[in-house]
Design a protein around this ligand. Sequence first.
Ligand SMILES: [Zn+2]
Length: 134
Amino acid sequence: MENLTETERMTIERLLRRERESTLEAIGHFDESSRDLRERAGEMSLYRLHPADLGTEAQENEKEFLLASQEGRRLYAIDEALERLYKEPEAFGTCRRCGEPIGLPRLEVIPETPYCAVCAAALEAGAPAAPDAA
Ligand SMILES: [Zn+2]
């Protein structure tokens, strides 16, 4: 299996961090009252890097909170991708569904995606997330 090189992973990390910044900015620009949302979203990621410090209930609350908006969902996906990148750098870039390499060209466009183009299309068409899992 072809994995990303370290240089390629660094490129992806840079892309993810930049997307994270612009997503946080987008959240902050929704309206005045969303300043809170931006702060909470920023805190959330710090928590996620130390999951042991946080109870399951609090984590679920933060997740629900973020998933309530489109930008929040994107931020959640980006944070999840960064977490995967840090925890399992060797596995990053392989499709969560079929295990094939996602490919750098696709990751450069959608760095947070856990799926290859084939699986992403299948999922959009309503296919099960993990056909091989029991
Ligand atoms: Zn796939």
